[in-house]
Design a protein around this ligand. Structure first.
Ligand SMILES: Cc1ncc(COP(=O)(O)O)c(C=O)c1O
Length: 463
């Protein structure tokens, strides 16, 4: 037995206390309050096991980083092989084939509008690169994004992120940023017409709320960007790699973006990796001379393990047919859950694309004093009345789709099967039936959780 196995066996049980002492006591307090303070012992595919040996369905999916399933055996083998090869990567003043091979694979799968890739280690970093290179390529200062958009929590990405709960207290953010309402092409055009906007960054399907774009909006936005010399940037950090039933979500609308940001599931869930895919024109404007050959980058970004994880993940998506599986099972999930809209007064809508899915709750049409009370205490609290029992009684890990919203969201690994879809649909049916009656015990619990969770709630609402 190696030292690591021994260490985990010896100290694993201390995880919550240790985390509270050394990392984030507020978060541990929150987990304890809502009863999510499990000790996790194992993970595989779409499942987690706790220390009592109970199996959970993970539809939170690590915020969407486990498209090929947790601890995917083929990605793991590739990583072990890479370690054993003792390759000469990251020479920095030299190049290796692996980054170029991954770039080749990404570009082969992307629209013809992009011709170069630069690697990063996270979604936020990919967005930072888009902002920075987009500004340099156009010589323009301003950046537009969509209302309710989420692009990451580093300062540049945060400046493009609309959520006040994430932004407040961290200003001043970068100058020149503004948000436009989704679906309003006139508002977008008014902004673009000043011809000082470098890029418009938009998620094809918004993670916060799982909002699908209105018909024609994304195509219209791209067209307007072209007209006014603004780069059109699709943020595919969450929607990429099969999540919506296409390898990239922009394929649903035939979009030809100038910039595409990816990360999360490209790593197979093992190693941080992200990328910015850009048009040749953007590349040529920024990296336009020998002195500018190293204008952007990051020490670890194209490291061997990240590149191998990316290559292995793309192979896995292809070989296991996971993109088609996402489309098929996403349809099944919608089919199984749409009847909930008719069955329950509190269910407003069920929506999704591929395996990016959400259910939205609303106050029952006749009005409800309990609902109003919950909303006064903390907007979006009703969704917690579903999420908590879904976890504690049905062993399904899910999340709210954003701050203050009554939306429950699922981003399951794409390896889920028909029985898992049934597990989720049946559990939702039972849980909503109970939550709709808003029994006293449940309300008391929710109020207690809301009070305790007030400070750290943003972790739960992370899109
Ligand atoms: C659309 C989108 N962009 C960017 C990010 C930031 O990615 P990361 O958390 O890897 O920095 C996220 C994360 O949820 C995201 O959903």
């Amino acid at each position: 037995m190696g030292w690591l196995t021994e260490l985990v066996e010896e100290r694993g049980a201390e995880a919550l206390d240790l985390h509270a002492q050394t990392i984030n006591p507020q978060f541990v307090r929150l987990l304890r309050t809502i009863g999510f303070d499990r000790r996790w012992s194992r993970a595989e595919g779409a499942y987690l096991w706790d220390s009592d040996g109970s199996r959970y369905l993970d539809v939170l999916g690590g915020f969407g980083m486990f498209n090929v399933g947790r601890n995917n055996p083929r990605v793991r083998e590739a990583l072990i092989e890479a370690l054993e090869l003792q390759r000469p990567g990251s020479t920095q003043l030299g190049v290796d084939a692996l980054p170029a091979l991954l770039a080749e694979e990404l570009l082969r799968r992307a629209p013809a509008s992009v011709g170069k890739a630069i690697f990063t280690s996270s979604g936020a970093e990919s967005v930072e690169a888009a902002i920075k290179l987009g500004r340099a390529a156009t010589g323009r200062p301003r950046v537009l994004s969509a209302e309710h958009g989420f692009h990451g929590l580093t300062l540049g990405a945060l400046s493009a992120t609309a959520t006040p709960e994430f932004r407040d207290r961290f200003g001043p953010l970068l100058p020149g940023f503004a948000q436009v309402p989704v679906g309003d092409l006139d508002a977008l055009e008014r902004q673009l017409a000043s011809e000082d906007v470098a890029l418009f960054i938009v998620e094809p399907v918004q993670g916060k709320g799982v909002n699908l774009p209105p018909d024609g909006y994304l195509e219209g936005a791209q067209e307007l960007c072209r007209r006014y010399g603004t780069l059109f940037c699709a943020d595919e950090v969450q929607t990429g790699f099969g999540r919506t039933g296409r390898l990239l979500a922009l394929e649903h609308w035939g979009l030809e973006a100038d910039l595409i940001t990816v990360a999360k599931s490209l790593s197979g869930g093992y190693v941080p990796v992200g990328a910015l895919l850009m048009s040749d024109a953007v590349y040529e404007s920024v990296f336009d001379s020998l002195p500018n050959a190293v204008s952007h980058g990051s020490t670890f970004a194209p490291n061997d393990l990240a590149m191998v994880a990316g290559l292995a993940t793309l192979r896995e998506l292809d070989q296991q047919g996971l993109v088609e599986r996402s489309a098929r099972l996403g349809e099944l999930l919608l089919e199984r859950t749409r009847p909930l809209v008719e069955r329950y007064e509190v269910v407003r809508e069920v929506r999704g694309l591929g395996l990016m899915w959400a259910i939205e709750f609303e106050e029952p049409p006749g009005g409800s004093r309990t609902w109003k009370l919950l909303e006064r205490i903390q907007p979006g609290l009703f969704a917690q009345l579903v999420i908590v029992p879904l976890f504690r009684e049905h062993r399904i890990l899910s999340q709210v789709a954003g701050h203050g919203m009554n939306v429950l969201k699922a981003l399951p690994p794409l390896v889920v099967n028909e029985e898992d879809v049934d597990w989720l649909a049946t559990a939702l049916d039972e849980t909503i039936a109970r939550a709709e009656k808003m029994p006293r015990a449940l309300i008391r619990f929710a109020l207690g959780a809301a009070r305790a969770g007030r400070a750290p709630k943003q972790k739960l609402a992370r899109v």
